[in-house]
Design a protein around this ligand. Structure first.
Ligand code: SF4
Ligand code: SF4
Length: 146
């Protein structure tokens, strides 16, 4: 029987110096270390310094190798914890997020035609924050252990 390696998942914040911004360093995490990445936030400053928040998934060993690889390329890496909250005043109950939420933390109350959020079921995957038309779903980030 094949060994099943449990997926290790971490959210990291990367800061790129201007000379690294155009290079495919992040793509190499997949090529070299078999890590999948999901870009949660990306920005670039007027001085061409890049900032990325990534969700990395793979084996724990490869995660650490990937982080070392990033650091070797002068990219600063900070692991962060991610928590999702909702601004109920902004939500228009459109239900778009409920179709994407993998844990059903967001779901419709069909009778009242409202969208409900059960934060206990939320795994902070961030999918809802990318589709909500009124930005009611927010990511709160804080530093965590690498
Ligand atoms: S962050 Fe992910 S799990 Fe949490 S409510 Fe949004 S879609 Fe659902
Ligand atoms: S996508 Fe946004 S506005 Fe629509 S139900 Fe979800 S949280 Fe509310």
């Amino acid at each position: 029987m094949q060994d099943v390696v449990k997926a290790y998942r971490k959210i990291v914040h990367l800061s790129f110096p201007p000379e690294s911004s155009g290079k495919p360093i992040v793509c190499n995490l997949t090529k070299l270390f078999d890590l999948t990445f999901n870009i949660l936030q990306a920005s670039i400053s007027s001085r061409q310094e890049g900032s990325l928040i990534l969700e990395l998934t793979g084996s724990e060993e490869n995660y650490h190798k990937g982080v070392d690889y990033l650091k070797e390329h002068d990219i600063s890496v900070q692991a962060i914890a991610q928590k999702i909250s909702r601004d109920d005043d902004l939500c228009i109950d459109c239900g778009v997020c409920t179709a994407l939420c993998p844990t059903h933390a967001l779901y419709m109350d069909r009778e009242k035609r409202t969208c409900l959020f059960d934060s206990e079921k939320c795994t902070a995957c961030g999918k809802c924050t990318r589709v909500c038309p009124v930005n009611a779903m927010n990511i709160q980030i804080s530093e965590s252990d690498m």
